[in-house]
Write a protein that binds this ligand. Structure first.
Ligand SMILES: NC(=O)c1ccc[n+]([C@@H]2O[C@H](COP(=O)([O-])OP(=O)(O)OC[C@H]3O[C@@H](n4cnc5c(N)ncnc54)[C@H](OP(=O)(O)O)[C@@H]3O)[C@@H](O)[C@H]2O)c1
Length: 265
């Protein structure tokens, strides 16, 4: 199947690790040039070197970006990516996270810090990239949300509103950008094996008063497909949503959670 991705240009936030790193690897395998945006520049540079050695024709650039620093940091970062790669066709807003804990455990300032990254950083990144996406013939915006946006609760009360906000802006922008030929979709990972999975296992063990092994078994038992989601599971769907075949998919949000979410998505 020709995904029509060869030679396109993607910007990926949160490219340094976890899901964003896996998405970058998967897009590179389809011949997509990459702007790798992150705070941890050493990790982004390591990824860029890995990609260049695997795909010698691939163009990459590493752009330092702390989304908490707002438009003053985001605007020049987008411009740096455009200058280095000459445009952008695919924007993957992946950076984010949420403080793990109950309401009374979350420091007040953490609400503002995490919201500054997602959904606020994602909104600002999209706004700054928009003039360039408008010039693309296969423009895509893919927002990494989370299943807690539709099923709040669990050990991070913050995940719900952060990911719900991401779903809401995804739908609103799909409507607004449809006439421009830009699709906007969200992916909702369930608990995924990144650094965040380790945090989840630890807090589950603490809250249930069980060992790490028992907490892991408990979390995996909740997944009908019987294993934890891995970053490559999210990356595969991202590649598809970026492809020509997904041209008529917009304003939707797709769970990648092994069936863990109990309600109708
Ligand atoms: N893993 C899960 O279970 C899960 C479940 C649902 C949704 N998600 C979502 O999936 C996305 C990726 O999560 P992950 O599991 O891959 O997490 P991760 O391994 O902790 O990676 C988080 C990424 O976000 C970046 N980031 C965080 N704060 C940032 C900031 N202020 N400015 C710029 N970049 C920042 C990090 O960059 P640096 O390394 O450069 O600091 C890192 O690349 C997040 O949006 C998360 O909410 C994950």
């Amino acid at each position: 199947m020709d995904l029509a991705l060869q030679g396109r240009i993607a910007f990926v936030t949160g490219a340094s690790r976890g899901i964003g790193r896996a998405i970058s690897l998967a897009l590179a395998a389809e011949g997509v040039h990459l702007g790798l945006f992150g705070r941890d520049i050493a990790r982004c540079e390591t990824l860029a070197a890995e990609l260049r050695s695997q795909y010698p024709d691939l163009r990459t650039c590493v752009v330092p970006l702390d989304l908490e620093r707002g438009t003053a940091a985001i605007k020049p970062a987008v411009e740096a990516g455009i200058k280095a790669l000459g445009g952008v066709d695919i924007l993957v807003n992946c950076a984010g996270g949420a403080y793990r804990g109950r309401l009374d455990e979350i420091p007040d300032e953490s609400w503002e810090r995490y919201f500054a990254v997602k959904p606020l950083g994602l909104i600002r990144m999209t706004r700054e990239a928009l003039p360039y996406l408008k010039q693309s013939k296969q423009a895509r915006i893919i927002n990494i949300s989370g299943t807690r946006g539709r099923e709040p609760g669990g050990p991070s009360v913050m995940s719900g509103p952060i990911n719900l906000g991401t779903l809401s802006i995804t739908k609103a922008l799909a409507n607004e950008f449809g006439p421009l030929g830009i699709t906007v979709n969200a992916i909702c990972p369930g608990s995924t094996d990144t650094g965040r999975w380790t945090e989840l296992v630890n807090i589950t063990a603490r809250d249930r008063g069980v060992s790490i092994e028992e907490a892991t078994r408990h979390l995996v038992r909740e997944v009908p497909l019987g294993r934890v989601v891995v970053p490559a599971d999210i990356a595969g769907l991202t590649v598809f949503l970026a492809s020509r075949q997904a041209a008529m998919i917009t304003g939707t949000a797709i769970n990648v959670d092994g069936g863990r979410t109990r309600g109708i998505p």
